[in-house]
Design a binder for this molecule. Sequence first.
Ligand code: GLN
Length: 313
Amino acid sequence: MTDIADAASRLDLDALRLRLLERDEGKVNESIPELANADPGVCGIALALRDGQVLSSEDTDVEYSIQSAVKPFVYALALADDADRVHDAVGIEPTGEAFDAIRLESGSGRAPNPMVNAGALLTASFVRGSSIEERAQRILDGLGLFAGQDLRIDDSVVESEQKHGDRNHALAHLMRSEGTLQIPVDDAVAGYARSCSVLVTTKQLAVMGATLAFGGVNPMTGRRAVSEDIARDVMSVMATCGVYDGSGTWFRRVGVPAKSSVSGAIVLSAPQLLGAAVHSPPLDPQGTSARGAVGAEVLSDELDLHVLSTSRS
Ligand code: GLN
């Protein structure tokens, strides 16, 4: 067994889960009924290792909509399908603002980065396909490669996302006026909403994180989802922009490329070490799972995952 697999198997993930459950800060997102109805008492932690093994606590088979944790993976697929178009329209600089800020890169009209809604509306529009349905299928198939399992979309979440998606419509109109969005506004919002509405479990999300961590190859299936270069580019942007205006604090405290989401999931990719996911619905003011962030910090400390760690042998 490798050192990291050995250390991971010695962790008591159920004990960590109980410790996290003692914390009751944070508030469940109420932007749509499907999220508002989430059980605040759910808390799960999963680790996906190089040999395909998944270590997990209780509550890691609970399904929820992936929400913004989909953004790194859609970015990866868009890069694979049309990197030039993505680079022309989507930057890679952190914004220091909320995920749904109505703001484009000054001067260029580009979306600031693919981890905020502006960028994700574009990347979801750049994946291969000539209709909403074709692009949604491409995204679903691509996410399935990352997860090593077939995934599906929750139609009631799609419907709610579209009904309550005024800010996303506003962003799409703005980008259409700048010429960066090339498909109709309604199609872009519909495509992005579908990507956010893919159902995952915490175990599946950990494997998705591991696929990036191991250079684009799913450690469970051995199948390649994206190239090694794309996996590295995606993890770079997760490291700098993945937790929105909390990305600096996250990098110092956890030091692992990650992406948060309003469903309370956080996906982590520790390069060449492991993939992980933590999930618990109550969110801090920046929209990151409050328990998830603490859990991630504990995992990083216990397993020495910080990418800038100088103590790892
Ligand atoms: N679907 C949500 C939105 O567009 C996703 C946001 C998130 O998870 N931060 O507002």
